[in-house]
Ligand binder design. Structure first.
Ligand code: FES
Length: 121
């Protein structure tokens, strides 16, 4: 299923609807602006981003669906940390957001696997 942008912001992406200060952030190195306090997902959608992540198995593109933390289709890397639900994170000045391609792990994964293996006989 294509993730063409069907999201239409009621205000231009570079305008603040209620006079909030604008925040500068980056998506895959591209500079964007969004009103302070809005979610990363809303900021990316308002700036025309249509693919937030790709699936681990088929590489299919995904974009936010629920906008409330339930579907996990909005996963991105934020400031070097993968698996962040962009619909639940507020934009911040200078934030670096990247597309999440496929499966990601966390730094403690190897330790957890080793510990679990030690308990298996
Ligand atoms: S859009 Fe569903 S969890 Fe973020």
């Amino acid at each position: 299923m294509p993730t063409n942008v069907r999201f239409r912001s009621l205000v231009p992406a570079d305008a603040s609807p209620r006079g909030e200060p604008m925040v500068n952030l980056f998506f895959d190195g591209r500079g964007l602006q969004a009103p302070a306090g809005c979610s990363v997902a809303a900021a990316l959608l308002a700036n025309g981003v249509s693919t937030f992540r790709t699936t681990p198995v088929s590489g299919a593109p995904r974009a936010p669906y629920c906008m409330m933390g339930a579907c996990f289709d909005c996963l991105v890397e934020i400031d070097g940390q993968p698996n962040r639900q962009s619909c639940l994170v507020a934009v911040a000045e200078g934030m670096q957001v990247k597309t999440q391609a496929g499966l990601r792990s966390f730094n403690g994964a190897d330790a957890v696997i080793a510990e679990e293996a030690a308990h298996v006989e």
